[in-house]
Design a binder for this molecule. Structure first.
Ligand code: HEM
Ligand SMILES: *[C@@H]1O[C@H](CO)[C@@H](O)[C@H](O)[C@H]1NC(C)=O
Ligand SMILES: *[C@@H]1O[C@H](CO)[C@@H](O)[C@H](O)[C@H]1NC(C)=O
Ligand SMILES: *[C@@H]1O[C@H](CO)[C@@H](O)[C@H](O)[C@H]1NC(C)=O
Ligand SMILES: *[C@@H]1O[C@H](CO)[C@@H](O)[C@H](O)[C@H]1NC(C)=O
Length: 326
């Protein structure tokens, strides 16, 4: 130990006390306040006109954010295109012919590059677009802290491990826990399935070969089953037909996801499982009765999801084009 060292700690401590709010504040609500003051208007405008053209796009943008954040954290990795030397995540099986909304992000990004070049990260755009999509579909607004930076890598293997509708709730909980999300977050964020659509092949076993029985899921509501059999007849050419995740209020962000679950009208097996598991069933019933609590809790869990593994400070970069690293 240096002879004088014991005299210095108070100074260091003071400095640390001063700096810690800056050092530890990774994201900030007013991050772009001076560098891109019109950011929120530009994103809202972009999402609004995308919805005017295609109502479903609000749901697609929310899912895009989820699939970005669950792989390498929220770093825009999902937006990167494949090249001869670079393998992205777009062609991983949970994403290929399934994730939508890339063009909307491109359009918003080009508007932002005009207004404030090389300033706003692609992953912050996705985070805001998801929030706007929910808000404009009838959900509740939640404040989003900004300053995420874009990654320079992608991981197709990890993208192939995104939650699947054919896995157990145990597995899904593990994948959420890996991202520091708990069982409540699983139930709350699954409420995203209150809007948007799913392709028939992602729930067909429930219609034709439930649990290997060769018949339909006996617990599925009879009139819902009848409708699904019309949309998804038992032949391969119906595999990519679409059914609404919420058959009652299809395009509205509300608590009908949970109301459907308690009525045995969930679409995906993993959705309906939430109503039948002792760890999650009571929360499903609760949200089916308390729409405003759900909308509020959804914002809270979205903030947690939007903070997964973010790059800040000098890490990562601000991409100029969301489809490729600079
Ligand atoms: C809990 C595990 C989850 C599983 C197993 C799952 C699975 C799926 C599947 C299979 C689809 C249909 C995809 C297709 O038809 O190609 C889908 C759609 C969707 N998912 Fe999830 N999901 C999960 C969690 C989430 C979360 C956490 C969010 C967002 C917070 C989310 C948002 C959505 C939305 C909005 C759609 C509709 C997208 C559209 O219409 O374009 N999902 N999900
Ligand atoms: C409108 O929506 C359709 C269907 O999603 C899409 O193919 C098309 O590119 C969109 N057009 C514009 C101008 O955004
Ligand atoms: C990609 O993801 C896989 C599976 O999650 C992981 O084992 C691997 O280490 C990751 N690769 C890189 C380069 O991060
Ligand atoms: C599925 O089938 C297995 C045995 O084939 C059985 O043990 C299990 O209880 C069944 N699950 C349901 C939900 O019916
Ligand atoms: C369940 O469905 C019935 C009609 O089949 C409806 O009257 C009831 O309100 C639904 N329950 C919930 C919680 O939405």
């Amino acid at each position: 130990m240096e002879p004088n060292a014991h005299k210095h700690p108070p100074v260091f401590l003071l400095l640390l006390l001063f700096l810690s709010p800056i050092v530890f504040c990774q994201l900030d609500y007013k991050f772009y306040q001076y560098t891109c003051p019109n950011l929120l208007n530009i994103v809202r405008q972009g999402v609004q006109s995308a919805i005017a053209n295609d109502t479903r796009i609000a749901a697609s943008l929310l899912r895009l954010h989820f699939h970005d954040c669950f792989v390498n954290g929220c770093d825009g990795s999902l937006l990167l295109d494949d090249t001869d030397t670079f393998k992205g995540e777009k062609n991983a099986s949970p994403n290929r012919n399934s994730v939508r909304g890339y063009e909307v992000i491109d359009t918003i990004k080009s508007a932002l590059e005009k207004a404030c070049p090389s300033t706003v990260s692609c992953t912050d755009i996705v985070t805001l677009a998801a929030r706007e999509g929910v808000y404009l579909s009838g959900g509740q607004f939640w404040p989003v802290a900004l300053g995420r930076r874009d990654g320079t890598t992608a991981n197709e293997t990890a993208a192939n491990e995104l939650p699947s509708p054919f896995e157990s709730l145990d597995n899904i909980i593990k994948k959420f826990t890996f991202n520091k999300l708990d069982i409540k977050d699983v139930v709350v964020l699954s409420g995203a399935h209150t809007f948007g659509f799913a392709q028939c092949f992602l729930f067909k076993p429930r219609l034709f070969n439930f649990n290997g029985t060769g018949t339909s899921d006996p617990s599925l509501d009879a009139s819902v089953l009848e409708n699904l059999l019309r949309v998804c007849p038992n032949q391969d050419d119906s595999n990519t037909n679409l059914a609404p995740l919420d058959h009652v209020t299809t395009n509205k962000f509300d608590n009908f996801y949970y109301r459907n679950l308690v009525n045995n009208s969930g679409l995906l097996q993993t959705d309906q499982d939430l109503a039948g598991d002792s760890r999650t069933a009571s929360l499903v019933i609760y949200y089916s009765k308390c729409p405003f609590t759900f909308l509020k809790d959804f914002g809270t869990s979205m903030v947690k999801m939007g903070n997964i593994g973010v790059l800040t400070g000098q890490n990562g970069e601000i991409r100029k084009n969301c489809r490729m690293v600079n």
